[in-house]
Design a protein around this ligand. Structure first.
Ligand SMILES: Nc1ncnc2c1ncn2[C@@H]1O[C@H](COP(=O)(O)OP(=O)(O)OP(=O)(O)O)[C@@H](O)[C@H]1O
Ligand SMILES: [Mg+2]
Length: 497
């Protein structure tokens, strides 16, 4: 075949080859190009710098394949940076030197967009970076560990909740250490069992974890095993810190109990007000006529004494009515300094005449010089009423009730101890007595709200309450309140009861 024809076929072949095909000098000048360059006129490109024409730059590109081929004196391939994670679309440039003897005369450069090993790796790195970013910025704690418990991922949220740095977690921590006791084995057992969300999965599991400073944190866990070629290689867990959610839930439940109790007390108050109204009139009559008889009739000594007794008892009835009204009075909740002894005495005064207390000896050991406590008197009444009633019920209406008040040695708190000679509280029950609806009484006899209300009242007042217990020798409830700050009198409280 004629040489010219051969050249012509070669050129046609290059054109038919659907690639951007250029011949570039070692000075980066375009010597020839195929007709695959849309919008670029051949006449305006020949002799121009390739970086200017193709990339509008004033110097060679950083990852130029021609530059690399020039340096290495052998063919070079460079991937172009793209923002897509689509692995099929990784464009590369390929430069092949054209030698003239030992010197490079020019380069053949061609674009190339089939995935290559280099491109795959680069994309893999990019997708890894994206995944790492997703994990790091997750609101839930993300922790992954290998099958020996060595931690592989510990994201920012985990750093915040657990208090370890990422470095500490990856190098010194074992995933078992973040669980209390053998809880880690329990999680693994559940993951294995397949009963908690499918094989190798654990869904919505509530448990505790332990932070670096030893704090127990309630969490909700979703976890799964990671498999590679059928082999378990790691576990990953998504932990949600439940502290805030539980706090809000608790607050809501407390409010509900307080509302329930308020309803109970409110109907009791209405009843008491009605009874008091009905009693006050006849009591007034009894007192008036007894006094008239004393004054207007010349009575024997014995009859006078009897009238005196009638007057005394009528007065006692009026006091009871007054205290009852005071006790159940519906007022806005007002925090002001109150004498705790007074609240205790009023409660005892109302209770001691009840049949429940007839065979109970009441021992009062109240410190008269006790500083006042910033408190809501209604709440104090309810608090003591609940604890004293429990004591009487526990003693089965027979025994000794001791109420003691004192200033604590630090001088900042008052302490009230209410002891009974009942059977005491069994050790397994003791941790639950302040829980709402916890009762050991038969149905209809107890709602299990008394002590949970007492607990929330004490907490509302910045105090503490605990039960000490000697089975067989009775129970002592110990309540501590901070004393009133003198500059803080008469402050209205938004707390409800
Ligand atoms: N002084 C005490 N001695 C022994 N057990 C007690 C004493 N006080 C409380 N308890 C136990 O604690 C439980 C919870 O008491 P709480 O006052 O909350 O509810 P309750 O008395 O059962 O019902 P409610 O007070 O609502 O009528 C009681 O059922 C009882 O088992
Ligand atoms: Mg009770």
């Amino acid at each position: 075949m004629h040489k010219d024809m051969e050249k012509e076929y070669l050129l046609k072949g290059i054109t038919a080859f659907k690639r951007k095909f250029t011949v570039i000098s070692p000075e980066y000048k375009i010597l020839a190009l195929s007709s695959r360059f849309n919008g670029i006129k051949e006449s305006e490109t020949i002799g121009q710098h390739c970086y200017k024409v193709f990339h509008d730059r004033s110097s060679p590109c950083k990852n130029c394949s021609v530059k690399m081929a020039l340096e290495k004196k052998k063919p070079a391939l460079t991937p172009q940076s793209v923002n897509s994670l689509d692995l099929d679309e990784m464009p590369c440039y390929f430069a092949y030197p054209i030698f003239s003897g030992n010197d490079i005369e020019a380069f053949v450069s061609m674009d190339f967009d089939l995935p290559t090993r280099g491109g795959l790796e680069e994309n893999l790195q990019r997708s890894n970076a994206l995944l790492r970013n997703l994990i790091q910025s997750s609101v839930d704690c993300v922790i992954a560990a290998d099958m020996k418990g060595k931690i592989l991922i510990f994201n920012d949220a985990a750093v915040e909740v657990f208090g370890y740095t990422e470095d500490e977690a990856l190098n010194t921590l074992n995933v078992r250490d973040i669980y209390p006791g053998d809880q880690a084995f329990e999680v693994m057992r559940k993951l294995r069992s397949g009963e908690y969300g499918g094989k190798g999965k654990l869904k919505l599991y509530y448990t505790d974890v332990i932070s670096k400073n030893g704090e127990t944190i309630p969490i909700k866990l979703n976890a799964s095993k990671i498999y590679e070629k059928g082999q378990k290689i790691a576990t990953i867990g998504f932990f949600r810190d439940m502290r805030e959610e539980f706090r809000i839930k608790n607050e809501l439940e407390n409010t509900q109990i307080q509302l329930l109790q308020a309803e109970k007390m409110s109907s009791l108050g209405k009843l008491a007000a009605g009874v008091a109204h009905q009693l006050n009139n006849p009591l007034g009559g009894i007192t008036l006529f007894a006094k008239l008889m004393q004054e207007e009739y010349d009575l024997e000594e014995g009859a006078k004494e009897d009238l005196g007794r009638i007057l005394k008892d009528a007065q006692r009835c009026r006091d009871t009515v007054k205290e009852l009204l005071e006790f159940t009075r519906q007022t806005r909740h007002l925090m002001r300094p109150h004498d705790v002894n007074h609240a205790i005495s009023r409660t005892l005064f109302l209770l001691e005449s009840q049949t429940l207390f007839h065979n109970i000896e009441i021992v009062k050991d109240l410190d008269d010089s006790l500083p006042h406590v910033q408190s809501d008197i209604q709440q104090l009444n309810h608090l003591f009423m609940n604890i004293i009633l429990n004591a009487a019920q526990a003693m089965k209406e027979k025994g000794r009730l001791t109420v003691k008040s004192s200033l604590m040695p630090d001088g900042n708190r008052v302490c009230i101890e209410i002891s009974d000679t009942g059977p005491g509280i069994p050790e397994d029950i003791l941790p639950h007595i302040f829980e709402q609806f916890f009762t050991t009484k038969e149905e209809g006899k107890g709602t299990g709200l008394g002590l949970s209300l007492a607990y929330s009242i004490v907490k509302n007042h910045g105090g503490n309450i605990m039960a000490k217990n000697k089975p067989g020798q009775g129970t002592t409830f110990i309540i501590e309140f901070p004393i009133a700050d003198k500059g803080n009198e008469g402050e209205e409280s938004g707390d409800k009861i």
